[in-house]
Design a protein around this ligand. Structure first.
Ligand code: NAP
Length: 521
């Protein structure tokens, strides 16, 4: 496929209005052809008007029609899987094979959401029939369903250039809800973004839908993202990235005359607690498994286990030695962008400046944006007295925290901010401590894992990729999994309606055969 470098506004491919950019191959530090268009406020306005214009027809598509559209996107993604992975690899320095798997996962997510749409349970239908004889006041017939919130802005993430980017779970769940989408592409992988956008845009056309269902924009600096958050026709935003960026956009949306929800997924150190019996029984295996996970994607993953908390005692040395060995054997590898690479190096320097000691380091950098793996260690008291040590360093670094005893381990758990996940390694002899630790973790995380590592994330009905701030800006929702659709839905109640004016799903005959709660039963 020849890349045009254009912006995709509905069915139109739009040339640059605010200059151009080229992608960078972070492995070679060379720019890659072609030029990509940058847009500005006029393009935001055009895309938002189209998205708004498309909303009424798209949000009223039948469940079957919408499911077929999502399946078309999946088919189109499958058809370009190899070239998408190849281009994404050039633009990110990540290996092609895992990127092909990521592209397959992205297509699967669209099929999973097609199934969610067909089953219709996301509509959460409730019917409270009229009670004309009720005293002291009759009840009117009223019926509730969920509907899409309106046109939404989605910020593509940098670190998973497909499954969290243009054709990622945010886009799949938003389109499944009936929302129309304006995608703000991440400038770190413009070619991969275009290939994905084309797959979606073509599916819009092949499905005979309004062209405004999907647009993809790109811009320089913050202006385009800010304009997408500010635009009065945009009704919700999703974002994956830094805490600084996420909170700037969140606060901006709250300052609008009509504040809108911004679902940000930002930062998590995914603490891993090693309980004493587990450490004594299999300290080396846990240390090795932890270090293996922390290095996946060059540590550039929201679920990277970044902090391991352990108690000095039997098995501790074996655990630390295994972590150190794995880290020392890791070659330095290309990081996603120059900015992420320099933020990583600053982050490691910061941790050392705060008193963490270097236990092991991997191979040294061979190229400009290679990230060297690092294992640092600090004792529990130092960790507790310095909140900066609990901050995420995005990249292949981890911090081992050595607690003196169980009380100190529990105090460390109490000190942590909100997380996407937390893990306990335990054996039957650890149950009493686990019972004390668990409520502390439940309050601070969206997911608690036992005897495994938090990565990778399942995309399923019971999966949660969310958690208390600053893991996300709204702990009631997930950004991955089938319930991520709920971010884009709002309830609407129809009162006293004639049957033929009701949405199909709420009509007396239940033509869609979707389960409904009737009078609470
Ligand atoms: P980022 O700087 O937060 O940027 C993410 C996206 O939001 C980009 O498209 C960016 O546009 C836009 N943006 C950021 N701040 C904005 C603002 N104030 N106004 C308007 N738009 C804004 O994230 P990144 O570039 O992907 O990586 C930087 C750091 O983010 C990493 O070093 C890491 O610490 C963190 N990160 C975390 C995760 C995670 O899963 N937790 C994932 C990725 C990154 P521009 O690129 O045009 O600025």
């Amino acid at each position: 496929m020849k890349l045009t470098g254009k912006l995709f506004i509905g069915a139109s491919e739009v040339a640059a209005t605010e200059g151009t950019m080229k992608a960078l191959n972070p492995a070679t530090n060379q720019v890659i052809e072609p030029e990509f268009a940058l847009g500005g406020l006029a393009e935001v306005d055009r895309a938002a008007l189209l998205a708004d214009d498309a909303f009424d027809s798209y949000s009223h598509t039948s469940l079957t029609e919408r499911a077929q559209f999502l399946e078309r996107i999946a088919d189109n993604l499958d058809a370009v899987r190899k070239e998408l992975a190849a281009r994404a690899s050039l633009e990110t320095g990540l290996a092609e094979a895992p990127l092909e798997a990521e592209a397959a996962k992205a297509a699967t997510q669209f099929r999973q959401f097609a199934d969610v749409v067909r089953k219709g349970r996301f509509l959460q239908l409730s019917i409270d029939p009229a009670l004309p004889e009720r005293q002291p006041r009759p009840r009117m017939d009223h019926r509730l369903q969920k509907m899409a919130i309106g046109p939404v802005t989605i910020f593509g993430a940098s670190n998973f250039p497909i499954s969290y980017s243009v054709a990622g779970g945010d886009t799949a769940s938003a389109l499944a809800s009936g929302a129309t989408v304006i995608l703000k592409a991440h400038n770190a992988h413009p070619g991969a973004s275009e290939i994905q956008a084309r797959a979606i845009r073509n599916a819009v056309r092949e499905s005979g839908l309004h062209e405004g269902v999907f647009s993809m924009l790109r811009g320089e600096g913050n202006a385009i993202g800010e304009a997408l958050v500010d635009h009065p026709l945009v009704k919700a935003v999703t974002f994956t990235g830094s805490e600084v960026g996420g909170m700037a956009l969140y606060r901006r949306a709250q300052r609008r005359p009509d504040p809108i929800p911004v679902f940000t997924e930002m930062t998590s150190v995914n603490p891993t607690f090693i309980l004493p019996a587990a450490q004594a029984a299999r300290g080396a295996a846990i240390g090795d498994g932890f270090a293996e996970r922390m290095l996946v994607n060059v540590g550039q993953a929201c679920l990277k286990p970044a902090i391991l908390i352990s108690i000095e005692g039997p098995g501790f040395d074996a655990l630390r030695d295994a972590m150190a060995e794995r880290v020392a054997g890791a070659p330095a590898r290309t990081m996603l962008t120059p900015g992420i690479h320099s933020a990583y190096e600053r982050g490691v320097t910061r941790l050392e400046g705060e008193g963490a000691c270097r236990v092991a380091e991997g191979g040294t950098s061979q190229a400009a944006f290679d990230g060297q793996s690092v294992l640092l260690e600090v004792d529990g008291q130092a960790f507790l007295s310095n909140a900066a040590l609990a901050e995420e360093v995005f990249g292949p670094a981890a911090l081992l925290v050595k607690a003196r005893n169980e009380e100190e381990l529990l105090a460390i758990a109490r000190s942590l901010r909100g997380q996407l996940s937390a893990t306990m390694h335990l054996e039957p002899g650890d149950t009493a401590l686990a019972r004390r630790l668990l409520p502390l973790l439940e309050r601070r995380t969206g997911r608690v894992v036992v005897n495994a590592f938090s990565h990778p994330q399942e995309v399923s009905f019971a999966s949660i990729h969310g958690g208390p701030f600053p893991a996300t800006s709204d702990s009631r929702f997930t950004s991955v999994g089938m319930t991520s659709i709920e971010r884009f839905l709002r309830p609407i109640s129809y009162q006293g309606f004639p049957d033929n004016l009701l949405p199909e799903a709420l009509r007396d005959a239940n033509p869609l055969e979707v389960p409904r709660l009737v009078d609470g039963q």
